[in-house]
Design a protein around this ligand. Structure first.
Ligand SMILES: NC(=O)c1ccc[n+]([C@@H]2O[C@H](COP(=O)([O-])OP(=O)(O)OC[C@H]3O[C@@H](n4cnc5c(N)ncnc54)[C@H](O)[C@@H]3O)[C@@H](O)[C@H]2O)c1
Length: 254
């Protein structure tokens, strides 16, 4: 896999940084030398990630925030720029999933999925773009194999991830002639905390339908996806704009 270029002097904001892919992305960016602002709901998890980043000799800012609120999206971008003086990369990694029959999905489940998975990347991008343009920076949105296939009992999640893929492309078109790159990475099949959502599913779901979106060749390493996100955030990915790169060990092959 291609590696992120040297990011020392650069600053990245990573959402979902308390665990899983967000933590891996923060560590990958810090390994490339970037200072990172770590954002998540989970403050304890953020502190653990900060310890890993600081062990690499890199500065970081820990910023607990509920990104389902637009004001918080704007505030974390402003605070990152105030702390470090610039912003070079925005990595939208935070996400949620609720498995349920569509007829039983609550409005809170629907609204939370929309707010975290789709609205937050948009509002964070709105706030970040003026700063990213100054630095010739990048946005990397984490979508999912669920962008490309219908996953039973995950209608809201699929809608947001497909929406985020096309949001990426639409914004890439809008900024075609400006100094910013906007891309997506679409993972599938990583073992992370989000898998614990499987524990809270109703018991009467048809498991045979859910087998369809598990990787037949085994799980995908979080670090492999994190390194891809960091690469896409770095100048080494200069040829990518409006692209959605899948990394799912064959889930979307057929
Ligand atoms: N694990 C997989 O197989 C898989 C597959 C495809 C896509 N993804 C995507 O990867 C991304 C990272 O997920 P993960 O697998 O690392 O799971 P994870 O649960 O470890 O990470 C998600 C993070 O998002 C944070 N978050 C949730 N709601 C938030 C809010 N309102 N404000 C701020 N932070 C919030 C959580 O606290 C958590 O730390 C998600 O966007 C997910 O949809 C994961």
């Amino acid at each position: 896999m291609q590696q992120a270029s040297d990011m020392s002097e650069k600053v990245a904001l990573v959402t979902g940084a308390a665990s899983g892919l967000g933590r891996g992305t923060a560590v990958a960016l810090a390994t490339a030398g970037a200072k990172v602002c770590l954002v998540d709901l989970n403050e304890a998890g953020l502190q653990e990630t900060a310890t890993l980043v600081q062990a690499l000799g890199v500065e970081c800012l820990v910023r607990p925030a509920d990104l389902s609120q637009k004001d918080n999206c704007e505030a974390v971008v402003a605070e990152t720029v105030a702390a470090f003086g610039r912003l070079d990369a925005l990595c939208n990694v935070a996400g949620v999933i609720f498995f349920n029959h569509s007829t039983d999905m609550t409005q809170v489940q629907w609204d939370t999925t929309m707010a975290v998975n789709l609205s937050a990347p948009f509002f964070l991008s709105q706030a970040a773009i003026p700063h990213l343009l100054e630095q010739h920076g990048a946005i990397v949105n984490v979508t999912s194999s669920a962008s490309f296939m219908g996953e039973a009992y995950a209608a809201a999640y699929c809608a947001t991830k497909a929406g985020l893929t096309n949001l990426t492309k639409a914004m890439a078109m809008e900024y075609m002639h400006k100094p910013i790159r906007i891309n997506a990475v679409a993972p599938g099949g990583m073992v992370t905390n989000i898998v614990s959502s499987f524990m809270n599913m109703p018991k009467d779901l048809d498991g045979s339908l859910m087998q369809r979106f598990k990787p037949l060749r085994g799980t995908v390493e979080v670090d492999d996806v994190a390194n891809l996100v960091a690469f896409m955030a770095s100048d080494a990915a200069r040829g990518y704009h409006g692209n959605c790169i899948s990394i799912d060990n064959g889930i979307t092959a057929g």
